[in-house]
Design a protein around this ligand. Structure first.
Ligand SMILES: Cc1cc2nc3c(=O)[nH]c(=O)nc-3n(C[C@H](O)[C@H](O)[C@H](O)COP(=O)(O)OP(=O)(O)OC[C@H]3O[C@@H](n4cnc5c(N)ncnc54)[C@H](O)[C@@H]3O)c2cc1C
Length: 318
């Protein structure tokens, strides 16, 4: 197992930290060029795939298979690297601009933070919208009806298309990535380094990447491991959990003790590409939309398009 620094934060620490080189001088040089180019907004051709880009630009096969492939597979949640360069550039730019973080209360806490600022009487949660009529009546699954002068649909791509255009939800679309993330609690062990990203560059096994997490809310003496896989997704939960633990023990040996499966999350509909980049967020004068599907799929796009839709509506009201 090799441990090294984050190359996007400090490429020299990254280079110094590796005793067994997994890269050539040319790899480091190319990574530096990409870093500078993206940091200063000189874009690469957007429509090519990340896999093609890595091969064509001249990275060594070893660097691609041991670092770039498992790392970016974990980021894009697909292991073929068929994600388009526009997504790569947005993600890479974020790496060059700031630190990587996970909220200690989970990613949901971002949405909860926004919701907290909205008066309780102005927000209704936990009701599925089943239709929106031309005269702006929103019907929910419990048969309630709400009317509004202006509606913004902030649903995911499939639900948005269904609500706005009655388009059938088609899950068998190649535009979606699929993965599973398994959470186990295990006994804490100082040798299991917390908040290090472990990448599997061996091309063997089903684990792509994993991380050990500690949080004061977890029971004392316990840590959590979050493991992402792209293979064997069809297996039953218990069979899959056993397979993953077996592999984990192969990597970390008897440091993995008293494991207990907490949850398995299936991600079935992760957008890997998007065509609409014009932020055309308006269907009619009283129906708008926003969300990740309006641009390069990310939290940034979701937040930005939400703000743009709100600004347009405010403009309209003037
Ligand atoms: C494992 C994972 C890691 C990620 N990591 C990052 C990251 O590090 N950085 C980053 O920028 N992005 C990341 N993303 C992507 C990011 O989560 C999404 O781009 C973002 O959540 C999209 O926000 P959204 O509001 O457009 O859509 P969503 O988050 O999908 O929200 C849509 C909401 O609409 C609701 N909804 C849908 N249909 C209906 C209906 N009919 N009635 C009522 N409600 C409905 C859904 O329940 C949902 O709450 C990650 C995604 C995953 C899966």
């Amino acid at each position: 197992m090799l441990i090294f620094a984050n190359p996007f934060e400090n490429i020299l620490d990254f280079a110094k930290g590796i005793k067994t080189p997994i890269f050539t001088i040319k790899d480091l040089f190319l990574l530096g060029v990409i870093y500078l180019r993206i940091k200063f907004n000189f874009k690469y051709y957007e429509n090519t795939t990340v896999h093609t880009f890595f091969s064509k630009i001249g990275f060594s096969k070893k660097f691609i298979s041991l670092f770039l492939k498992p790392f970016f597979s974990g980021v894009f949640l697909e292991n073929q690297l068929r994600t388009k360069m526009n997504k790569f550039q947005e993600v890479f730019k974020s790496f060059t601009d700031g630190n990587v973080f996970i909220p200690s209360d989970g990613i949901n806490s971002l949405a909860q933070q926004i919701a907290k600022n909205i008066p309780k009487k102005n927000i209704i949660l936990g009701k599925e919208v089943v239709s929106i009529s031309i005269d702006n009546i929103v019907s929910t699954i419990d048969k309630s009806k709400y009317s509004a002068k202006i509606i913004v649909i902030a649903a995911d791509k499939l639900n948005f298309e269904y609500l706005a255009y009655r388009k059938k939800r088609n899950l068998i679309s190649s535009n979606f990535n699929k993965s599973k993330t398994l959470y186990f609690s295990i006994d804490d062990n100082p040798e299991l380094k917390k908040f290090y990203l472990y990448l599997n560059g061996s091309n063997e096994g089903i684990i792509n990447n994993l991380i050990f997490l500690r949080n004061e809310k977890y029971p004392k003496g316990k840590i959590i491991t979050s493991i992402t896989i792209f293979k064997s997704l069809e297996l039953q939960q218990d069979v899959l959990a056993k397979k993953v633990i077996k592999e984990l023990k192969l990597i970390f040996g008897d440091k993995i003790k008293n494991h207990k499966l907490i949850e398995i999350f299936s991600i079935k509909e992760l957008i890997n590409s998007s065509i609409n980049h014009k932020y055309n967020l308006c269907i009619s004068n009283n129906l708008y939309f926003c969300g990740e599907h309006c641009g390069v799929a990310s939290l940034n796009t979701a937040l930005k398009t939400g703000r743009l839709a709100a600004e347009r509506i405010i403009e309209l009201k003037k």
